[in-house]
Design a protein around this ligand. Structure first.
Ligand code: GLC
Length: 747
């Protein structure tokens, strides 16, 4: 055994023995104390939490980032309580701490796990300066409904992309070792199926068949567990009639029984007591019972556990063994974080806030997250030398707080550089700039300033229109039933368009918006999400061609909200729509009999395709895919097939392309999606260069959970595509043959 492995083994064995010896000394009250997380937001926490800390009744605190107060809390817990157990200090460090990065949905558009990992690392180092040692991220809820405000916090609709980026974020937060200075424990949330809330309304009900849980919603959590995530958080939502926070099937049978997860599970905020609101329990006492026996190890910001767990143990309804298991998992994380050796924080031992590393990473993330949705006549990049004047218009051109996005409790607005300021700095005196906000905010219906925007546009060589949503319009509890541009923005676009100058729309938003009303009114659309503190410089670099856009959509953009759910990995159905078998409502004859046109899965009043598909994103160069091929026509279970393509940069500029591999299992005992992302890679090519890009596919990568809930790979024909979007054209195929190469239904 290598010394490193031996050290690791000894460390784990060492922790386990230290946990055992500590627990042997603990009273039931002290054990339950470890299962309680209290909010520390009411005034000076050491004053009003001091007594409970001294009594050993608190295992963790949440929402305190004053390092002196945190150090005092830790001092009381370790020096003035009977057993001196240090505290977990939790905080939502979702996309940066002081230095704010693009929202996770924007980071997903980078398709760059290394960049996501670096962002999480930087965020951990900044958060750790305040004594925070636990974050409630990554959020890995598969999100296929852009009405849902929390899609902003997600990595989008795709199982593989979410899994890879969630694992990367875990690595970033937790570092090489949890007890490294600056490492913080991560928390994969919200287990499970939260993204499937009905109508995209936050906290609403979810109904998800087991095969879909296993083939879609569970997978990113398993990826985070495989990456070593320390904790999981339960979802608020009702899952198939049993709220996740009281659901022993997911929290015990799957999480512990099948996956062997040995970290701990924390409830969401007060979600234990909400079991009564759901209608699962009569009162807090029953809620404590249901959550504890389902597998919730720690209660966040509630007092059901502290008020009622002891009675259930003393009455025998809850086994002491279950309490011991929960406490052991919590203490293990505390030991692994090194808190028993060092619970005091010295900010000076960590890098400065807003370090060059942090700002560079935030800028790169903002640059790579922006998606060029359209670019007619190659209007972008703007040629500074050819422009005398530019009009910068719209409510989001100079909104330094709004561009930070949701979940930025600790974000430093002073670090936020807006597009207006960055463009002004970039062009200097070379180009005359006119700035017209035109709307007080994105929701404004007052258009009395529009004439000034039109006047500025008519005097300019190009118009930059900054549109979208403020950060408050996405995030938790901020779902929208209509996801168009709010307020009178569409009218602003039309009025500015009428001035007859080239119009580039730059959109800052926390979700995919329906853009059908403006897509033909503008020459280009750059979708920047909420790009974080460095959004301005990144957007300026992209608009003026310092960098070429390379972002790719992590979520499908519907033409209208009525198409939702619409996502790339849909099932084919028995009557799939084609261009031939659909008709538009405007083309229906006045008196059309019932069976007068094709019967297929489409809407009469919109096209059956999305406005922009998953994986879409343009560049300032052109990438061409040729000669896709598979290394084998047939492979056996356990084999690898290599799928390759020749990628050419046939344009004029060096740029990066996210090359994507999709597969389809044509026939299986459970219908399979028409496409599933199975690989992706960012590739940088000089103009004129060609490179062969290859992906190795093991048959295991093609497994799915079948009717019996078991993971399986079935023989049969597979299609494979490689391209720059989910509507990639280059296709090849291969067949998995059964060991005895039998023929039959699925062979
Ligand atoms: C919130 C969120 C959860 C967050 C927690 C702590 O309600 O649902 O994602 O981590 O409370 O702030």
């Amino acid at each position: 055994m290598s010394s490193a492995t031996e050290n690791m083994f000894n460390r784990h064995e060492d922790v386990a023995s230290r946990v055992r010896s500590l627990m042997d000394q603990m009273t039931l009250a002290e054990k339950i104390g470890q299962m309680c997380q209290l909010e520390a937001t009411h005034g000076y926490a050491p004053d009003y939490l001091g007594e409970r800390l001294r009594a050993g009744q608190v295992g963790s605190v949440i929402n305190i980032v004053d390092v002196d107060a945190v150090n005092e809390l830790q001092r009381i817990a370790t020096e003035e309580s009977r057993l001196g157990i240090p505290l977990l200090v939790g905080r939502d460090v979702i996309h940066g701490f002081k230095t704010v990065f693009p929202i996770p949905l924007g980071q997903a558009a980078t398709w760059n796990p290394d960049l996501v990992e670096e962002g999480a690392r930087v965020a951990a180092l900044e958060a750790a300066t305040t004594g925070v040692n636990w974050t409630f991220a990554p959020m890995v809820d598969i999100s296929r409904d852009p009405r849902w405000g929390r899609i902003a916090e997600s990595f989008g609709e795709c199982v593989l992309l979410t899994s890879e980026l969630g694992a990367a974020m875990v690595r970033g937060f937790q570092g090489e070792a949890l007890d490294d200075n600056g490492s913080i424990a991560a928390c994969a949330k919200h287990f499970a199926g939260y993204g499937a809330v009905e109508s995209g309304r936050d906290y609403a009900t979810t109904n998800i068949p087991d095969t879909k849980l296993r083939n879609v919603y569970f997978k990113p959590f398993k990826a985070c567990i495989d990456a070593g995530v320390s904790t999981l958080m339960t979802s608020f939502s009702d899952l198939n009639g049993i709220p996740a926070t009281g659901n022993s099937y997911i929290l015990t049978d799957v999480l512990r029984g099948e996956w062997g997860f040995d970290g701990f599970v924390v409830s969401d905020w007060d979600s234990v007591r909400q079991l009564q609101v759901h209608g699962l329990t009569e009162n807090d006492s029953e809620s404590a019972y249901e959550a504890a026996t389902a597998g919730v190890d720690m209660e966040m910001a509630g007092d059901a556990y502290s008020n009622h767990l002891a009675e259930h143990v003393e009455s025998g309804r809850v086994d002491l063994a279950a309490i011991d298991a929960a406490v052991a998992r919590i203490l293990t994380i505390k030991f692994e974080l090194g808190l028993f050796e060092a619970s005091q924080t010295d900010p000076g031992s960590l890098p400065d806030i807003a370090s060059k590393r942090a700002l560079d990473a935030a800028r790169t993330a903002a640059t790579q997250s922006a998606v060029l949705l359209k670019n007619d006549h190659d209007i972008l990049p703007l040629q500074r030398a050819a422009l005398n004047s530019i009009a910068v218009i719209g409510p989001l051109a100079d909104a330094r707080y709004e561009q930070l996005g949701t979940w930025i409790f600790d974000g430093d607005e002073e670090l936020s550089v807006t597009p207006w300021h960055a463009i002004r700095d970039f062009v200097g005196d070379d180009v005359e700039l006119q700035y017209v906000r035109a709307m007080e905010n994105s929701r404004s219906r007052a258009n009395d300033e529009f004439h000034r925007a039109v006047e500025a546009a008519s005097k300019s060589d190009a118009v930059l229109l900054f549109l979208g949503e403020e950060s408050i319009l996405s995030g938790e509890a901020h779902s929208r039933a209509d996801i168009g541009l709010p307020g009178d923005q569409v009218e602003l676009v039309r009025r500015v368009r009428a001035a007859g100058r080239p119009v580039i729309a730059v959109i800052l938003a926390g979700r995919p918006l329906t853009l059908s009303d403006i897509v033909d009114e503008v020459d280009a659309i750059l979708y920047a999400w909420h790009p974080g503190a460095m959004g301005g410089p990144a957007i300026a670099d992209l608009l003026f061609g310092v960098e070429s856009p390379s972002g790719k959509l992590p979520a499908t953009f519907p033409r209208m909200v009525g198409q939702i759910p619409i996502y790339y990995s849909q099932k084919n159905g028995g009557k799939p729509p084609t261009q031939e078998n659909v008709v538009h409502i405007d083309d229906i004859d006045a008196f059309a009999p019932q069976t007068s046109f094709g019967m297929s899965a489409f809407h009469l009043d919109t096209c059956f395709t999305p406005l922009f598909p998953f994986g879409h994103g343009l560049s300032y160069t052109t990438f061409e895919y040729h000669n896709i091929r598979a290394s084998h026509e047939e492979i056996r279970l356990g084999d690898v097939v290599t799928v390759s393509v020749d990628l050419a940069n046939s344009g004029q500029v060096e740029a990066e392309e996210v090359v994507q591999l999709y597969t389809r299992d044509l026939v299986a005992s459970l219908t399979r999606p028409v496409k599933e992302l199975k690989g992706f890679r960012r590739v940088r090519l000089q103009p004129g260069a060609t490179e062969t890009i290859s992906f190795d596919l093991h048959t295991d990568d093609l497994a799915f959970f079948g009717r019996d809930g078991q993971r399986t790979v079935e023989p049969g024909l597979f299609h494979a595509w490689i391209g720059g979007s989910s509507d990639a054209a280059q296709r090849t195929e291969f067949r998995i043959i059964a060991p005895d190469s039998v023929t039959g239904v699925n062979a």
